[in-house]
Design a protein around this ligand. Sequence first.
Ligand code: NMX
Ligand code: MLT
Length: 435
Amino acid sequence: MSVLFQRMSELVPQWRKERAEILKTYGKEVLSEVTVTQAYGGMRGVKGMICETSLVEPDKGLIIRGHPLLEIKHLWPEETFYLLLTGEIPDEATKAELIADFDRRAHVPDYVWDVLYSMPEDSHPMAMLDTAILVMEKESVFRKYYEEGMTKDQYWVATLEDALQLLAKLPSIAAGVYRIRYKKGDLIPWTNGLDWGANYANMLGIPDPDGSFAKLMRLYLTFHSDHEGGNVSANTCHTVGSALSDAYYAVSAGLNGLAGPLHGLANQECLNWILETMERFGGVPSEEDIRNFAFETLRSGKVIPGYGHAVLRVTDPRYTGFLEFGMEHFPDDPVFATVKRVFDVVPNVLKEFSEERVKAGKNPIANIWPNVDAGSGSLLHHYGLREFQYYTVLFSVSRSMGMLSQLVWNRAVGTAITRPKSIGSKYIKDTFGKK
Ligand code: NMX
Ligand code: MLT
């Protein structure tokens, strides 16, 4: 048995005991009230689900199992995944075991390539990725064992097995989507002994003479891995998984949510916006140019992609970490320099625009600071990865680690099927109209 399965076998009974104790002791305590505004407004701020893998503090950002992100940015994705699952940073031997385990599981069935090659040439890369995951559903051991009568206490074991199979294959599939969709030539095979992030970098086929693209990929994969439980992709994966749909169904569903422009697709929109600005002003724009272009975007009814957040109220530490990477490796790259200058200008523009909105009777913009998507595209662009539509696939490979860790945890402790109560507008009028 691998160290990961062994450690999980020790932890799962502890988690179950803790859950039972919490429910017994605090079961009737009130976590949240829900206002009518929250019910109409995406349930923003309602505390109504449990997620142990990570927490997003409005004034601090992502904290993975108690570690603020920027303090663990050196972790490789394998280590991040182990941390998400167990709450512990693995030692070198365990990390090496996980890398070897992915080697054994990395082979992608031929039928996946047949499906990808037969998709329309103009398919969105996210549609290709999600289709590939879904078509592999027949491999699910969870579904197989469930049909054979697996007992509840074994659900997490089968889910972890599915998770490892899926994660091991994702870099090859995602890189394959890139090479097929953009006609980059033959697929580049997985290299045994190479870690998950460097393998993905290598299979994309992006030239990387000094190894810094592989470093970026490791950072990128750790940074996007999780963002607590309520974001669209994690929440969707959780909801689908709560019906005991297997990991392939649940992750594919979650990633369909990530493909929306207000969520993960914002990274493709962001770089578009940066390049549009540069095109308009013939190079790195001045602060005044950016200000004008930002107001023009806002007044035409569009959002500034990469800015704002449902939970965060400060600059996203993931953005800060990417900025540090760019500063270290290519501070003078014009696209990166534009991203940096936009950061100097846009928060004030959003602040002013928000005040205008409030005067006009609209909602304020709750967060004027950049989120993860504001900077990541400029780094990829520097290395020659310029097919913006592909960017959310990179996000997806990473986010699968968080979604799968959450799924395993929920199976381990037996979280109930998701079923909040909905009400209609009539209920609200009838209930509060009587006051
Ligand atoms: N540009 C213009 N308007 C904005 C922005 C922005 N960047 N951010 C928020 N607003 C508007 C928002 O559209 C809403 O308007 P309305 O009431 O007319 O519908 C109003 O401000 C209040 O929204 P908030 O409460 O500030 O934000 P909310 O929690 O609803 O949404 C986002 C959060 C992230 C969806 C929103 O900030 C946004 O659309 N940002 C741009 C897209 C983006 O960067 N998404 C990536 C998120 C990170 N990710 O990786 O998933
Ligand atoms: C994420 O990483 O999922 C985004 O920042 C969106 C969110 O947390 O709501």
